[in-house]
Structure formats: structure tokens, C-alpha cells
Ligand binder design. Structure first.
Ligand code: ADP
Ligand code: NI
Length: 218
């Protein structure tokens, strides 16, 4: 199987596995991350085989839904890539990226991606949590987990541990302050930074409008 076929097969596999997933990790999230990766990667001079595979496989099993077990994702990704006879270097690179990906709370230490490919994939994922799409995802996630949309009496929490972040029950708008508005500063690559600036400004504009409508100022 050549690289194009491997990527195609992997996309089909993930599409089947994640279609209809309701927490914000459905196939279309993966698809958008993949497209972001295809846009950013070439400008950063990366091995696109690794970038594409890691984008496609990055949410194969989310730690938040596996009792915090972060080893499930890389393990499933490895099994899949071995089945397709992908070379060991690529497999371990892809699995390392998946292991280091996730945002786990505003005050938790951020894993630094050791390779350019990892940086691109992490940026591609983080961009999908920003802007119009990111806000849409946040409200969808909020509905999925029975959160209030907004509550002026509940302050945002800056989570110090991944446990706190995972178990947080605050309203969706707080999540903007707890994560979405922090992402701009976390971009690894120049290309993603520029996209993040635009998405960040759009979220701020949305929040201004949201809060003034909430307060009845029209
Ligand atoms: P990622 O795929 O970037 O690791 P997460 O798994 O943290 O993102 O979350 C999936 C989606 O759900 C993201 O768009 C994220 O912003 C959103 N989300 C996560 N936690 C919350 C929350 N407490 N309230 C609203 N949206 C959330
Ligand atoms: Ni993701």
C-alpha cells in the first residue's frame, strides 16, 4: 500500500469509528484538523505522512472518556498502523504526538511537542477549538454535558490539574476564559499563530456581543 492509500484507509477507518460522536470529537472535527494540518504543515517544512496520520488518529480514544487513561489512544493508533504495515519510525512518531496532544487545564503544565510535526498537529487541533467552529463546538459540548450556557454568578476556574479540568461543571461561556481565549498564546508555529489571531479576535467580538445582549443593552 502506498502512502496515499494508507492515509485514505485511515480516514475511512476514523470516519466509521467517530461518526455521530456527540462530545465534539466527531469525524468532522478530525476532518477539519486534517485540513488545518494540510494547510500548516507544508509551510513549516514537515513530514506530511506523519502530520496527516497523526491528525487523523489524534482523537481515536480521548483520555477524558477512558477514565483518564492516556495510553488507549496511542495503543489503538499503533495497532491500526501496524495492520497497514507502516514503518516503525512513523508509527512511534505518530503515537508520541497523540500522547502529548491534549489541553488539560489552564494551570497544568503544557507538554512541549518535541518535533515540528507534533507542533503542527497540536496547532491544527487547537485551531479547531477557536473561532466560529470552536465556539460552536463549545456550545455543542455544553449541551451534551448539561451545562448552562452562561451564569453571571459563576466565575471561571483556572484548573490546576487535569482531574479538575475534566470534572469541571461550569457554564459554557466560562470555558471561553478557561481554555479558548488562552489558545492563541499556545500556538507553536508562525502559520497557526496568524490564523489564531483572527479567530481570537472573532471570539472576543462574539463575547462582547453576547454579554451586552445578556445585559439587555442593545
Ligand atoms: P481537544 O479535541 O482540543 O483536545 P477537548 O477534548 O478538550 O478538545 O474538547 C473537545 C471540544 O469540547 C473542544 O472544542 C472544547 O473546547 C470543548 N469543551 C471541552 N470542555 C468544555 C467545557 N467545559 N465547556 C464547553 N466546551 C468544552
Ligand atoms: Ni481533537
Amino acid at each position: 500500500m502506498n502512502k496515499t492509500e494508507i492515509i485514505q484507509k485511515t480516514a475511512e477507518y476514523i470516519k466509521t469509528k467517530l461518526t455521530g460522536e456527540g462530545s465534539g470529537h466527531d469525524w468532522w472535527h478530525v476532518y477539519r484538523v486534517w485540513q488545518n494540518g494540510l494547510h500548516i504543515g507544508p509551510q513549516e517544512g514537515t513530514d506530511m505522512f506523519v502530520v496527516e496520520l497523526a491528525c487523523l488518529l489524534h482523537d481515536i480514544a480521548d483520555w477524558k472518556f477512558n477514565d483518564g487513561d492516556e495510553t488507549v489512544g496511542p495503543k489503538l493508533a499503533r495497532e491500526w498502523l501496524q495492520k497497514l504495515s507502516v514503518d516503525e519510525n512513523t508509527i512511534s512518531h505518530v503515537c508520541d504526538i497523540i500522547k502529548n496532544m491534549s489541553f488539560k487545564g489552564a494551570k497544568t503544565t503544557v507538554a512541549v511537542m518535541p518535533t515540528k510535526e507534533g507542533m503542527v498537529v497540536q496547532d491544527a487541533d487547537r485551531l479547531d477549538a477557536m473561532g466560529a467552529i470552536g465556539m460552536g463546538r463549545a456550545f455543542a459540548y455544553g449541551g451534551h454535558t448539561n451545562r448552562e450556557m452562561y451564569n453571571p454568578n459563576i466565575e471561571p476556574q483556572y484548573h490546576a490539574t487535569s482531574e479538575e479540568y475534566k470534572n469541571a461543571k461550569g457554564p459554557t461561556v466560562n470555558h471561553f476564559y478557561e481554555k479558548l481565549l488562552l489558545l492563541k498564546e499556545l500556538m507553536n508555529t508562525k502559520t497557526a499563530q496568524q490564523i489564531a489571531e483572527k479567530r481570537h479576535a472573532f471570539m472576543e467580538q462574539f463575547l462582547d456581543e453576547f454579554l451586552s445582549e445578556w445585559a439587555g443593552k442593545n
